[in-house]
Design a protein around this ligand. Structure first.
Ligand SMILES: *Cc1c(COP(=O)(O)O)cnc(C)c1O
Length: 379
């Protein structure tokens, strides 16, 4: 049936591909019964670090906790400002607020959706010259799967003595100038939420670092601040471990991840070729790759996004809006400083649209998405 609705993300095709080894891996965990920090957790951490070339991977309960654990380890708290993009998922700002520090919003670029380096420099100067806060860190988000401009960000960070944290919840697997996400900044967090490019069957997250001491402290923080044993507490920690079952599942998914990244890229190339004259297709910066956590287009001003979505839905093509409201306009974050213009974040929030994207999208289904989108934007 040509008009059967397509899934936005197809996890069942992936499951069918790896079902026997996946079932066996799950059965092994049920058999050995080490559900918390069982052997699969350490094995997955090693494989994850190897995959990206980072020295250490510390898994945890989710991508939000990964950010919170890092901020806590860095000592972020009241009086500290952490610069974050206004156009991101809420968790980026939430983690900052959760540790008692102050998120300060920065604008993004219209073309890559990532932090605008000039806006970052302006916001950092505002913190230094016109606030009582101490600028401590910047969280660079790799939105929709493309790494941010880490060399530009590093230049501003050096000038203002900022630590650079990469929120790579959407970009694990991408590369920039020959290096992988996980090694593009001193510390990187990621998420294994099911819909992320590398997702598990529940919540999961990880921190990547080359610093052995930091990795050791993060392992302690995720397990109640434990020291030499469970009942020796050297830090005020929390409970934020990756389940053994999720680690076992992730080991199986990581084995096919490189191949899936290549398949995502093929979908993106076909989408771009067929849509670039009708809408703004995503720009991937020179020397950078994207894992296309989302394939996000920007609609022309004359097109009503709601009408377009309705017309595509009627043809069985689901779409999503990431994100309809920039963070500085969210009730929870409206009181935090927004010292610079956030015009790009606001325009993008009103005009972006994400199309179905996953490694198992057939060419004929891609063509359905393309035809529906083209029909809907035709003047
Ligand atoms: C998904 C996401 C997170 C949070 O990850 P969870 O595992 O859902 O807690 C953080 N930042 C960004 C940019 C994300 O997309």
């Amino acid at each position: 049936m040509p008009d059967d609705p397509l899934p936005f993300i197809d996890l069942q095709s992936q499951r069918a591909r790896i079902d026997p080894p996946l079932q066996a891996a799950i059965a092994r965990v049920l058999e050995h019964g080490k559900f918390i920090l069982g052997p699969e957790v350490a094995e997955f951490e090693h494989r994850l670090a190897d995959f990206c070339g980072a020295k250490h991977a510390v898994s945890c309960a989710n991508g939000t906790d990964a950010l919170v654990l890092v901020l806590r380890d860095l000592g972020a708290g009241p009086g500290d400002a952490v610069l974050v993009p206004a156009f991101s998922f809420a968790a980026t700002a939430e983690a900052v607020a959760l540790v008692g520090a102050t998120p300060v919003f920065v604008d993004v670029r219209r073309d890559t959706f990532n932090i605008d380096v000039e806006s970052l420099a302006k916001a950092a100067a505002w913190i230094r010259d016109q606030s009582d806060l101490r600028a401590m860190a910047v969280i660079a988000v790799d939105l929709f799967g493309q790494p941010a401009d880490y060399s530009g960000i590093a230049t501003v960070a050096e000038g203002h003595n900022l630590l650079v944290i990469a929120d790579a919840a959407q970009s694990f697997g991408a590369r920039q100038l020959g290096r992988s996400v996980g090694t593009l900044s001193p510390i990187t967090t990621t998420s294994f939420f099911p819909a992320k490019p590398l997702g598990c069957y529940g919540d999961g997250g990880a921190v990547l670092t080359d610093n052995a001491e930091q990795a050791k402290r993060l392992r302690s923080l995720r397990a109640h601040g434990k020291g030499n044993d469970k009942y020796d507490n050297v830090l005020v920690g929390t409970n934020s471990r990756l389940d053994t079952l999720q680690a076992a599942i992730l080991i199986q998914k990581l084995a096919i991840f490189a191949d899936e990244i290549a398949a995502r890229e093929r979908v993106a190339v076909r989408y771009a070729a067929a849509l670039k004259d009708a809408v703004v297709t995503p720009l991937v910066a020179a020397g950078t790759t994207s894992v296309y956590a989302q394939y996000t287009i920007v609609l022309p001003e004359r097109v009503s996004r709601e009408e377009l979505r309705k017309s595509m839905t009627a043809k069985g093509i689901p779409t999503q809006i990431y994100y309809p409201k920039p963070l500085h306009k969210q009730a929870a974050y409206a009181a935090f400083p927004a010292p610079v213009q956030l015009a790009n974040s606001e325009i993008l929030a009103s005009r972006v649209l994400s199309l179905p994207m996953h490694p198992y999208l057939s060419e004929s289904d891609q063509d359905r998405v393309i035809a529906a989108a083209r029909d809907a934007v035709a003047p």
